[in-house]
Design a protein around this ligand. Sequence first.
Ligand code: HEC
Ligand code: HEC
Ligand code: HEC
Ligand code: HEC
Ligand code: HEC
Ligand code: HEC
Ligand code: HEC
Ligand code: HEC
Length: 500
Amino acid sequence: MEKRERFLMSFAGKLFQATLMTTAMIGFAYAAPTLDSNKNYVKLKNFKPNPKIENKQCLSCHKAQDPGLVKDWAHSKHAKAGVGCVQCHVVPKDYPNAFKTHPLKGTNWTVQAAVSSVTCAKCHAKEVKEFMNSGHSRGGAQWLKENENPHGKAMTKLAYGYEGMRGGAGIDKEFTLNKDNPKANLTVANICVQCHGTIIKLNSQGKPLPTTWPSDGIASLYPDGGVGNCVSCHSRHKFSAEEARQPASCSNCHLGPDHPDKEVFESSVHGHIFDTNEKDYKFDTGKQIPGKTLRAATCFTCHMSSINDLKATHNVSERLKWNLWAPNSFERTGNAETAGWAWWSQKKVLRGNPKAGNLQGPDEARSEMKQTCSSCHDAAFISNYFKRVDADVNLYNQYRNLSVKMYKELKAKGLIKKDVWSDPYFKLMYYAWHHEGRRMRQGAAMGSPDYAHWHGVFQVMQDIREMKDIYNYRMRMLKKLKDPKKVLEQEPPMPVVTHE
Ligand code: HEC
Ligand code: HEC
Ligand code: HEC
Ligand code: HEC
Ligand code: HEC
Ligand code: HEC
Ligand code: HEC
Ligand code: HEC
């Protein structure tokens, strides 16, 4: 089987018993994306608000109403350059995001409360295009049930997957998932959404609904086709590049047991140097001059910055050779991300392209990443380092393949429980990929000994041993009892070790 198919099979087929092949085919056949493919963007780009609507008017009410917000704006480069409330918020009354009943009387213009990247693209087309080409732009699209494919549905199930779903045992009915239960929907707005983004929905007056807004999720999907929250890294209303260059601007999402990039960075030598010498780092400039503006790399240096003749980019996938979040790592050969662009063009949301990376392919991605290192390290150091990274990724894939092989054999014999989340084999397989396996790969790639080893490969190895024990036990008992149901019923509880 081809690598890509294997990934898709193991991801959805094994984990959620859903087939993905049709989606995959649509996902990968998506045409080359452009900004002008969004009609609302074209409309907004040429839209000139009534000159009678002035920033002063906005301030006349909002300065008292939202003083903090107005101060942030006043201290921004936007304010200095003459970009005011009007340039970002005023839209025609028939605009999809329009807040129709806003108290701005006597004009055909109104304001939008939910401001998407369609508005930013009027003036920052380069950044928006790069963002749209990156894996970030799929953040909201890939897990929602509105994404008409089995992947989205399976992910939504996971999102809503607390015990209350199963008949409400132990949880009040009003929190049980059901479209008529607004409280349950509100709780969902506090999970995946906060990091990934969601579909922003408005009421009939154009006011955003509390189930979907506010959210600083990286790739919220707006009614005007806009994708992405530029405010995830450039908090409103300062919209500062300086703030976004700090590792902290990534760390509020990139942490925790399943993608501990914050912790990985902090425990690497680069993180140690940053912690010790933070005051010497200059984040008010994009220039990365070793010894002058920084001493060692931060997230932004390696993934986005203009360093050593590289161009700065908002495409965080551009310097990635591997896909390290996937159940089975593969090289990123598939060019631009597609899910965000599909929404931008007001098409159905698609699964997206997990192979999205450097537009010139994985070798170019690797060589750009090496170029970031080579402003501080020597060629042999870098080359040896990445040989070890690749070896770790390949070792992980072998563990993964073994766990899937045993899973398939158990499944074929009816030896996997129907509710997979109470099956210890399945849970171990999940953790070995989703938590420990990611830690092993990301720890190795970003120089954290503890995450590469003790939180990583060591635990993957323990999982595999436990999986083998369960496999052997079930196969042995099947010979004895003949009936797979009985084997599962009589199995003693097998505690799954904590995977923090
Ligand atoms: C006459 C006073 C007044 C003026 C002038 C005014 N606003 Fe407002 N604005 C309000 C009030 C009151 C609300 C809250 C309305 C509501 O929630 O129903 C509001 C809400 C908003 C919101 C939505 C906030 C949210 O959380 O839902 C935005 C955005 C906004 N105004 C921007 C502007 C801009 C931009 C201008 C200038 C073009 C402007 N306002 C001029 C009074 C005003
Ligand atoms: C560079 C573009 C830009 C400028 C300039 C701008 N805003 Fe905003 N504003 C945004 C974005 C982006 C959001 C967040 C939208 C979202 O979350 O969907 C926002 C959100 C808001 C909100 C709702 C969020 C909250 O915290 O209550 C208000 C109110 C608002 N802006 C008012 C203003 C006012 C008043 C000004 C002028 C002083 C202004 N904005 C200037 C882009 C801008
Ligand atoms: C009407 C044009 C316009 C719009 C719309 C606009 N910007 Fe800007 N933006 C500018 C200008 C002009 C500058 C200042 C450039 C400079 O000083 O070098 C700027 C600067 C920036 C910077 C750099 C700030 C820094 O600290 O160097 C960021 C980040 C930014 N904008 C983000 C956004 C985001 C996000 C949006 C959408 C919510 C947006 N802008 C909408 C015109 C715009
Ligand atoms: C608001 C949350 C949030 C912030 C802030 C954030 N990210 Fe992400 N990032 C995500 C999510 C969610 C994904 C996974 C998207 C997906 O694949 O569905 C992701 C994915 C990535 C990826 C992998 C992309 C791919 O193609 O698989 C990289 C690299 C990355 N982020 C780097 C960064 C860096 C560097 C920063 C800071 C400058 C940052 N992120 C800030 C949420 C965030
Ligand atoms: C704390 C922020 C955060 C939360 C909460 C979160 N994620 Fe993620 N998620 C991320 C980041 C960051 C990545 C990227 C990891 C990487 O690139 O290795 C990611 C990656 C993923 C991926 C793999 C990328 C892809 O496109 O398939 C999926 C699927 C995913 N998350 C689904 C979910 C679901 C479903 C939930 C809620 C049950 C959720 N996430 C909650 C931050 C978060
Ligand atoms: C993952 C974090 C992240 C997200 C999301 C993000 N930015 Fe940025 N942005 C940065 C960083 C870091 C810089 C500094 C880049 C540099 O110094 O080269 C920056 C710089 C900028 C600048 C200034 C560029 C310059 O040359 O001075 C603009 C404009 C900008 N961003 C707009 C946007 C827009 C529009 C979006 C939404 C599509 C967005 N950003 C989303 C991290 C982010
Ligand atoms: C010294 C450079 C460096 C620093 C600093 C760094 N990274 Fe990385 N990062 C890498 C490399 C190298 C890879 C693996 C690239 C590949 O696929 O070949 C990677 C991979 C990732 C991935 C995994 C993407 C996937 O495929 O799942 C994410 C997410 C990420 N980094 C986010 C961050 C965040 C957030 C920070 C800061 C807290 C950070 N990185 C700091 C170099 C760095
Ligand atoms: C801005 C300069 C800078 C950049 C860029 C940079 N590093 Fe470093 N790195 C340092 C410094 C300084 C140290 C600490 C001195 C040392 O131990 O060599 C260090 C230490 C390390 C170490 C630990 C040293 C050891 O012997 O184990 C590794 C591994 C490493 N870097 C890998 C990389 C890789 C890989 C890249 C590119 C993806 C990179 N670095 C990018 C400055 C940088």
